[in-house]
Design a protein around this ligand. Sequence first.
Ligand SMILES: Cc1cc2nc3c(=O)[nH]c(=O)nc-3n(C[C@H](O)[C@H](O)[C@H](O)COP(=O)(O)OP(=O)(O)OC[C@H]3O[C@@H](n4cnc5c(N)ncnc54)[C@H](O)[C@@H]3O)c2cc1C
Length: 392
Amino acid sequence: MDEGYRIAVVGVGGIGAAACYWAARRVGGGVLGLEQFPLFHLRGASQDSSRILRRAQHEEPYATLAHAAYDTWDEVSAEAGEPLVVRTGGVVIEATAQRAGLATGGRDIDGYAAMMRSHGVEHEVWDAAELQRHFPRFRLDGDERAVHQRDTSLVDAGRANAAHVRLARGRGAVIRDECPVRALRPGPAGVEVVTDDETYRVDAVVLASGAWTNELLPGPTWPLTVTQEQVTYYAPAEPADFAVGSFPIFMWHGRENFYGFPVHQGHTKLGQHLGGHETTARDRTFVPDEVRIKRQREFLDDHVPGFAGPEVLTKTCLYTLPPDQHFVLGPLADEPRIVAAVGAGHAYKFASLLGKVLSEQALDGRTEHPVEAFRTTRPALVDPAFPRAFHV
Ligand SMILES: Cc1cc2nc3c(=O)[nH]c(=O)nc-3n(C[C@H](O)[C@H](O)[C@H](O)COP(=O)(O)OP(=O)(O)OC[C@H]3O[C@@H](n4cnc5c(N)ncnc54)[C@H](O)[C@@H]3O)c2cc1C
């Protein structure tokens, strides 16, 4: 039994790597990170060249945390000595179908604008003509509406994960990969973390194991849905037209919800939010869905001609969704020494902040950040009859 660590972080993906870093800032070598696969593997949710970071939020709990999310990325970038965030500007576009009520999981421009107003976030609401004037590469039907927010950015997730791990280790944390955790056993003297070659007893555990979470919960499991999502990278013929500064990050709310990135690391990128099929962390494949690739290309041909070009790569990835699509963040109902996080398919922008919050909850039993909405005792997680707020 190794009792040399105060806190164990189980799962060193995007959120776990951040938790290792923020915990190491507090207790240095008292942090142990355990990852089942090689670090920075492609089987989870966090390894990619870009993730959207935005102040443009339409729901209160996220709008409240957005500023702190930017601040934590700034702090980590400063310590890492490299820019992890690229500011691109961003537009949320409400398309015709959205207003016709044909949309999935509707989010309207007025909702975004009202939320930003109430949080003091500068923004502009545009009609189709204004959007076209600013970004002529969009092809619009004419009655779209958009809200523009200039701080929308991409976080280079691959760089950020590596930076969190490097800085955590630099502060004394021990991070072991290819070391699956088999079980968590809370006991009177601490929580036992069982691996194949060692059992660790620690004061607290951060459970940041994404799509595998239910395999490790010592008590009741949660009604989590895992979906296999995908993004496609393209080599546009005229990359300058889609370069950062010339073209924004965009979220298109129409019949389907697409999101796209300007050229980063040589490619544009497009994904569809919640377009994937249900799976499990163990049954997922790495086979792209050709139907979705075709659907994306049709969308781009219709509304952003030239953004695509030849397809470079389609990469699959996992969402882990509670029924209400909100994060899970906080201590387990019946075991406060274990604090857990599930990203609900939209957490990378908050990854460093969530890592900080988890380290505070694990080390102090509390946090200043307003995360009550994500508690593990909420109805969506404990009421078996709670309806799923999304379609798969
Ligand atoms: C296609 C796609 C696009 C996205 N785009 C955005 C975006 O633009 N903006 C945004 O904010 N969010 C976005 N997200 C969501 C975001 O990426 C995730 O919410 C976030 O990365 C989740 O991080 P995580 O650390 O919880 O999960 P993961 O990175 O999957 O980490 C969990 C880790 O736990 C490890 N683990 C599991 N079980 C064990 C065990 N028994 N022992 C040891 N280790 C274990 C796993 O191997 C894994 O490394 C996107 C997600 C996808 C799939």
